[in-house]
Design a protein around this ligand. Structure first.
Ligand code: ADP
Length: 311
């Protein structure tokens, strides 16, 4: 039984705007799933419907086999949502935020306290349990939202842009935590603009654009469609000449920067051999554009132009 099954889902907002145009989506139990799309694509609308925050216009939603129309309470009990916006009482101490949430799910106070402690420790917030929300940093608030969403032990966790506006250290800590949670059996769906996040965490991915799912594949297959990647090399000194080698296109960006376009399936060992041979010393290396981002842009462009997706 899938964790989430969405069929022919539509949403027309009161102002007549059609945000979802017949979305079909299945997320298997245990999956780590990314929902990607540009701003306004319909991501928040879709997860808002699944989390009972937005009413759907048409279609069906099942969460672990429970029908959102007929068993909304069972759907709510089986999922946790980490919304994009902070929506806490700013004057409440951290621990009360989590205990109150447990109360909404009918968890008795004593049990709620134990669960709140566990969740706060997991997210490295136990030391801040007495602090008011308003004094927490952005990263702490984000982690608190996750702790709160987990207190009723949902089998499905949905996160809307979980690391938006979070610095890199916190982002990696959140990623580590989510990976562990997923390894423990929790199904995770996240929306993200931050495409490296999807690439780093998720096994399967759907791309949504203008209220329609345009891609729904596993991450490896998606990345495999890319024909080239561009590497940016930081050089110790300005090179006197650039080596020529099949499979690589080298371009000098400035005195200390070289860009190399590498064809698909080409080993980059040969590139470094050629560079060493030419006396070029590389002190840094990165991908110019995240590969998924590149693919995403291609897909959206193709979609706009009405042309076929890359084979
Ligand atoms: P995303 O999360 O992918 O950025 P949203 O689901 O928030 O996209 O929005 C999808 C589309 O629906 C956008 O064009 C947005 O402007 C519109 N929209 C979102 N919420 C409302 C609303 N309450 N009323 C009218 N239109 C809305």
């Amino acid at each position: 039984m899938p964790a989430l099954a969405v069929k022919k889902l539509t949403k027309v907002y009161r102002n007549g705007h059609q945000a979802l145009r017949g979305v079909d989506l299945t997320v298997d139990e245990g999956d780590f799933f990314a929902l990607l799309g540009p701003n306004g694509a319909g991501k928040s609308t879709l997860i808002g419907i699944v989390a009972s925050l937005v009413t759907k216009t048409g279609g069906e939603v099942h969460v672990f086999g429970h029908d959102l129309d007929r068993e909304p309470e069972l759907v709510k009990a089986s999922l946790g949502l980490v919304p994009q916006e902070f929506n806490f009482n700013l004057f409440l101490p951290v621990i009360e935020v989590v205990i109150n949430q447990a109360g909404y799910y009918g968890i008795p106070r004593r049990e709620a306290e134990a669960r709140a402690e566990y969740a706060l420790r997991q997210l490295d917030l136990w030391d801040r349990r007495g602090s008011q929300m308003r004094v927490l940093s952005g990263g702490m608030k984000r982690r608190l939202m996750i702790a709160r969403a987990l207190v009723h032990r949902p089998r499905l966790l949905i996160l809307d842009e979980p690391t938006a506006g979070v610095d890199i250290e916190i982002r990696h800590a959140v990623w580590r935590f989510l990976r562990e949670l997923n390894a423990g059996g929790t199904t995770i769906i996240l929306t993200t603009h931050y495409l490296e996040e999807a690439e780093s965490l998720c096994r399967n991915i759907a791309i949504i654009n203008d209220g329609r799912i345009t891609e729904n594949v596993d991450m490896g297959a998606l990345l495999g469609r890319l024909k080239t990647q561009t590497l940016v090399l930081d050089l110790k000194r300005r090179p006197t000449r650039l080596p020529q080698r099949d499979g690589f296109v080298l371009e000098q960006r400035d005195d200390h920067t070289l860009e190399v376009e590498v064809a698909e399936d080409t080993s980059i060992n040969g590139l470094f051999e050629a560079l060493s041979h030419a006396g070029i010393e590389v002190v840094g290396l990165r991908n110019k554009q995240n590969r998924l981002e590149q693919l995403f842009l291609t897909l959206v462009e193709n979609d706009r132009g009405g042309r076929d997706l890359p084979a």
